[in-house]
Design a binder for this molecule. Structure first.
Ligand SMILES: [Zn+2]
Length: 306
């Protein structure tokens, strides 16, 4: 059974990457009133009353045109407007990705298109000058490349981040425990999996071991892959893992980095359930991969969330 976080990418569109250089095809689809366009302003999309407002190409305000791809025999585009224009407010129906999550969770049909469009808008907004020569950039390949006047090509970024549930003890036994942390900037009582960015030249498994050691002082041995969740604000791909820690007091000893964590704790399944039920410990929300990791280990749904 797919975990809840996978619903966000459960109906992926065809990105039609080979069409990004096919000018005749692009212009024909842009002239077709059946094509659909998502207007993105900054990292907000127009979704008044909780409905995503897809418009036809001739209705779309001019911006950087982005070919999202094809689905249901239609072409899907985005028009990326410059950020920070005062009229694009929440009162006028402009909604952030976080604000859209409840809509996309209920009906994930458009979520892969929306995640694609918002991730590209973030990249286009953040990449102002050529990273090689500092020259000005213009969009090419239907918004999926930026080229400077010298001809250097810059591609969209995706930054791998690891997120992990660390466990210790005989798997499935009442004594088995998982490690959750309370972030330094969070309210007390909020607990989640540890996470961090993968560094250049580092394997994902080594990133899991390093982040857990740095943040909580705990030494992880075996690392196994769980699943992933794109989070394009600004460019993360969250890669979920389970990490095993040797079943000894010494191996489980916690030493938090106060810059990262106020507290980290080992929870048995009973402690996790009763803490969540009483509100003493509050777990991450339903759509997140951290929630999926915790519930996959727990073996079912848990009460409450932040
Ligand atoms: Zn350049």
């Amino acid at each position: 059974m797919p975990h809840v976080h996978q619903r966000l990418t459960s109906s992926a569109h065809d990105r039609a990457g080979l069409r990004r250089h096919d000018d005749a095809w692009i212009e024909a689809r842009w002239a077709d009133a059946e094509s659909r366009v998502l207007v993105v302003a900054g990292n907000r999309v127009h979704a008044p009353l909780g409905r995503i407002d897809w418009v036809s190409p001739h209705e779309a305000p001019a911006g950087v045109r982005l070919l999202l791809g094809e689905r249901e025999d239609r072409a899907w585009f985005a028009s990326i407007l410059p950020a920070g224009q005062p009229e694009h407010t929440a009162e006028d129906g402009w909604v952030s990705l976080r604000g859209l999550l409840p809509v996309l969770t209920d009906d994930p049909t458009d979520s892969s298109l929306v995640l694609h469009a918002i991730g590209m808008a973030e990249w286009l907004a953040a990449t102002r000058y050529c990273p090689r020569c500092g020259g000005p950039l213009s969009a090419a390949a239907e918004g999926h490349e930026l080229r400077c006047t010298v001809g250097h090509v810059t591609f969209p970024r995706t930054d791998p981040a690891v997120i992990m549930l660390v466990t210790s003890g005989e798997p499935g036994s009442p004594e088995e425990r998982c490690l959750l942390g309370n972030g330094a900037a969070w309210p007390e009582g909020r607990f989640s999996t540890l996470a961090g960015f993968c560094e250049p030249g580092e394997s994902l498994e080594d990133a899991v071991r390093r982040e857990v050691a740095e943040e909580a002082g705990v030494r992880v041995d075996e690392v196994t892959y769980f699943g992933n969740q794109p989070w394009p604000l600004p460019a993360s791909l969250m890669l979920g893992f389970f990490g095993r820690v040797e079943d000894t007091e010494e191996a489980r000893a916690i030493a938090c980095d106060p810059a990262e964590l106020r507290e980290a704790r080992w929870f048995t399944r009973d402690e996790l359930y009763f803490g969540a039920a009483s509100g003493e410990s509050v777990l991450p929300g339903g759509i997140s991969i951290s929630r999926s990791l915790i519930e996959a280990w727990y073996g079912g749904p848990l009460p409450g969330s932040w």
